[in-house]
Design a protein. Structure first.
Length: 153
């Protein structure tokens, strides 16, 4: 038996003898480290995928190989666009629920509406292929990132 297998069996026996308790925390990572960069690059990636999707050339009629390549490429771009629009929404909501506090709302009274609209915009970008809507998301995220930076000073 391998060392890792033996260790796993020992740990399982310990868990059986003394079951671990559930730990509770008020947020995902109670470390106080927050940043807007992840939501920014996620919005940029979603926008870039919308641009690339709109730039794809349709294959020539009857060119099966080119059609399969087109469909494959488009499907992969859509998947990435949706994944990063969702990631952007997750990061926005982490800042909103874990970082921003009532004092930030006092200082930036339109913060709630900006975050809410940006989260809705993430869904709009996921549903469609509009470069304009994706660019709008980038602008909205940039505004919130700027508020985040100002809130640190």
């Amino acid at each position: 038996m391998s060392v890792s297998g033996t260790l796993a069996r020992i740990l399982a026996k310990i868990d059986d003898a003394v079951p671990p308790r559930t730990a509770h925390a008020h947020c995902d990572i109670p470390c106080g480290v927050y940043e807007p960069d992840t939501m920014t690059w996620a919005a940029e990636t979603a926008c870039k995928m919308a641009e690339k999707l709109n730039a794809l050339e349709l294959p020539r009629e009857g060119d099966k190989k080119a059609r399969l390549e087109y469909v494959n490429t488009a499907a992969r771009m859509v998947e990435i666009k949706e994944k990063f629009a969702h990631k952007c929404k997750e990061e926005l909501l982490i800042l909103w629920t874990d970082y921003f506090k009532p004092e930030h709302l006092s200082r930036f009274p339109d913060l709630h509406e900006k975050v809410w609209k940006a989260a809705k915009q993430c869904s709009t970008v996921k549903r469609g292929t509009s470069v304009e809507e994706a660019a709008r998301l980038k602008e909205m995220v940039a505004e919130i990132a700027e508020i985040f930076r100002k809130s640190k000073s």
